[in-house]
Write a protein that binds this ligand. Structure first.
Ligand SMILES: Cc1ncc(C[n+]2csc(CCOP(=O)(O)OP(=O)(O)O)c2C)c(N)n1
Ligand SMILES: [Mg+2]
Length: 541
């Protein structure tokens, strides 16, 4: 059998669940083989969109997604989204054709390995017909076990070779190293008066939600997440939501009041701690992470445990008394329940013909079904959907911000929507972010997943305007004439709706009843309303 075909079949049998990509001569044969083996292929219009779709699909489904690209430019077009996936530790595969080693003068030739390693992805390769199946198995295993974005290079001459197509026998399942001892951490929690647990992406990837909830009950902790892990503790009466710039005043106060803070798979970086201000002086801090070098990287910690978040949480549950802690009182639960963002009073400051982004977000939160996946792009607007749109669980929130890159939201949302067709996907984008991802508007119209795009449209790179205007700098280079997103949407086969008032949002309600095509809601927000968290975020610059 041809290597290309055998590779496609092998990837399907190793659990690749969906493939996103853009076809060229170098990746057509193995992609066809994958499709023939029953793995659905979704065509993007730019490889930069395809990689984001694979990322969003993987984040929401927890299954292995792949992105199939042509050699050379097909791969370079993925690099920004690949960087995000690598930094976010999304387990995924990029299947990249590659120029034959001997074709020194090919136009397509670049150092593909050097390129992807430079952005933190793992470079793997199908070395030859004899090793092809072992090479594929190794790439899949590294993506899964190491939780990494792996790029599997497939040189054209190797793809054209012949091989038997038999996979090596499966390796045993790996269990992450169990922490040698959690005694010090268990003692710290047992002795705490007001502990707080902060869970991050490592906890989501490990599936640590249930044991962390139980641990919280046993030690009496309040529960919070970093922004990327939003939703992990949804529904728990002692869950504060997001720790960091997006924390509600109540959440921030309770976090500052903690005497012990334990992070599970969260970096405790400037965002999660608001430049350290959410952790009061004298608070004892512990950190659990799979990577030793993540522990203490952003701030000093008193106790460090190298271990998987779920395994460590389970070990701690076993080490603590098997009854709920009296530290969790009804009064505390009531205080938390009353302290969500949506109950925080604010003054609607929108100019006529414009929406206050808070009013917009709250109205949408009430209108949209709770079974939803919220995907948030990067920009000044990004706090509003993160703070005001409730999510049902951690899979219901996609926050591709590890590279702090604008423009990844639409692709992530399309991938997320395909992974969870049972939920409405809500893509919260800025006008700048949507225009950056514009090729995928065609993909959105063509694939027509159950998806609502909300454009927080200030006709500007608002983050830059709000950052630099107060400093007395000219900001006109970051401001633009209005874009008619509703018309663009209709042209691409979606529905389009412009909203300048809460009354205009009735159109969303009408769309919800039909939901026949994706809707792009061009929400004309007041460009002069600046988010409080932004000032905080810029303090580090
Ligand atoms: C790829 C990329 N280019 C530039 C930036 C710098 N940047 C950060 S936010 C932002 C503005 C994004 O505009 P928009 O999507 O409209 O959101 P807004 O800030 O207006 O809410 C820019 C240009 C970035 N983070 N990523
Ligand atoms: Mg904008």
């Amino acid at each position: 059998m041809q290597v290309a075909e055998a590779v496609g079949r092998a990837l399907a049998s190793l659990g690749v669940d969906a493939v996103f990509g853009l076809l060229g001569s170098g990746n057509l044969t193995f992609t066809n083989a994958l499709r023939d083996a029953g793995v659905p292929f979704h065509a993007a219009r730019h490889e930069g969109g395809a990689i984001c779709m694979a990322d969003g699909y993987a984040r929401v489904s927890g299954r292995l997604a792949a992105c199939s690209v042509h050699q050379g430019p097909g791969l370079t077009n993925t690099i920004t989204g690949l960087t995000e996936a690598a930094k976010s530790r999304t387990p995924l595969l990029v299947l990249a054709a590659d120029t034959p080693a001997a074709q020194l003068r090919s136009n397509f030739r670049i150092d593909q390995t050097g390129l992807v390693e430079a952005v933190g992805a793992v470079a793997e390769r199908v070395h030859g017909p004899e090793t092809a199946m072992a090479d594929v198995a190794r790439a899949v295993r590294r993506a899964r076990v190491e939780r990494r974005a792996v790029v599997l290079m497939l040189p054209l001459d190797v793809q054209a070779g012949e091989c038997a197509g038999e996979l090596p026998p499966p390796l045993p399942e790996l269990t992450p190293p169990r922490p040698g001892s959690v005694d010090a951490l268990a003692a710290l929690l047992a002795g705490a008066d007001r502990p707080a647990i902060v869970a991050g992406r490592g906890a989501v990837l490990a599936g640590a939600g249930p044991p962390l909830r139980e641990l919280g009950a046993r030690c009496g902790a309040v529960l919070a997440t970093s922004a990327v892990a939003n939703g992990l503790f949804a529904g728990d009466p002692y869950a504060l939501g997001i720790a960091g710039g997006f924390s509600s005043p109540t959440a921030a106060r309770l976090l500052r009041g903690a005497d012990v803070v334990v992070s599970f798979g969260a970096a405790l970086n400037q965002w999660t701690t608001r430049h350290g201000t959410l952790i009061a002086d004298g608070t004892r801090v512990a950190q659990v992470d799979l990577d030793a070098d993540a522990i203490g990287a952003h701030r000093p910690v008193d106790v460090g445990v190298v271990g998987d978040a779920r395994a460590t949480a389970e070990a701690l549950v076993a080490a603590l008394d098997d009854h709920s802690s009296p530290r969790r009182t009804a009064a505390l639960a009531a205080e938390i329940a009353a302290g969500a963002w949506r109950d925080d009073p604010y003054e609607d400051r929108a100019a006529p013909g414009r929406l206050d982004p808070r009013t917009l977000s709250i109205a949408l939160d009430e209108m949209l079904p709770l079974e939803r996946t919220v995907v948030v792009d990067s920009g000044h607007f990004m706090g509003w959907p993160s703070m005001y749109l409730r999510v049902p669980d951690a899979q219901g929130f996609v926050f591709p911000q590890a590279f702090q890159c604008v423009g990844l939201g639409l692709g992530n949302a399309i991938g997320a929507a395909l992974a969870r067709p049972d939920r409405l996907t809500v893509a919260a984008l800025g006008d700048g972010g949507l225009l950056m991802a514009l090729p995928e508007l065609e993909t959105l119209g063509r694939l027509a997943p159950d998806l609502l795009v909300v454009v927080y449209d200030d006709a500007a790179y608002g983050a830059e305007v709000h950052h630099f205007r107060p400093l007395g700098q000219a900001v006109d280079l970051a401001q633009f004439p209005d874009t008619d997103f509703a018309a663009l949407a209709e042209a691409a086969g979606c529905r389009g709706l412009e909203a300048r008032s809460v009354a205009d949002l009735e159109g969303v309600r009408e769309w919800l009843a039909a939901r026949d095509r994706p809707l792009v809601l061009d929400a004309r927000v007041d460009p002069d309303i600046c988010a409080d968290w932004l000032e905080e975020a810029f303090r580090g610059h």
